[in-house]
Write a protein that binds this ligand. Structure first.
Ligand SMILES: [Zn+2]
Ligand SMILES: [Zn+2]
Length: 65
């Protein structure tokens, strides 16, 4: 489930902070992560959808939705 950030936060998937209004989701390990990180860390691997080749978010959604 993704939602708009109500206040600035830390993204667990990249070095960029989450700004209010950005679309984020709860990370499985805790914290929040951008639905699409602007600058993802190389060691954070997410499954890539075989159809749209977008990285799937922590809730499994992708560009096909
Ligand atoms: Zn991020
Ligand atoms: Zn897809």
């Amino acid at each position: 489930m993704s939602f708009e950030a109500k206040f600035p936060s830390e993204c667990v998937g990249c070095d960029e902070g989450v700004k209010a209004g950005e679309v984020i989701a709860f990370a499985t390990g805790g914290g929040v992560v951008h639905l699409v990180c602007p600058n993802p860390l190389p060691d954070v691997s997410r499954p890539v959808c075989p159809r749209c080749f977008q990285e799937q978010s922590v809730n499994g959604s992708c560009g096909c939705d």
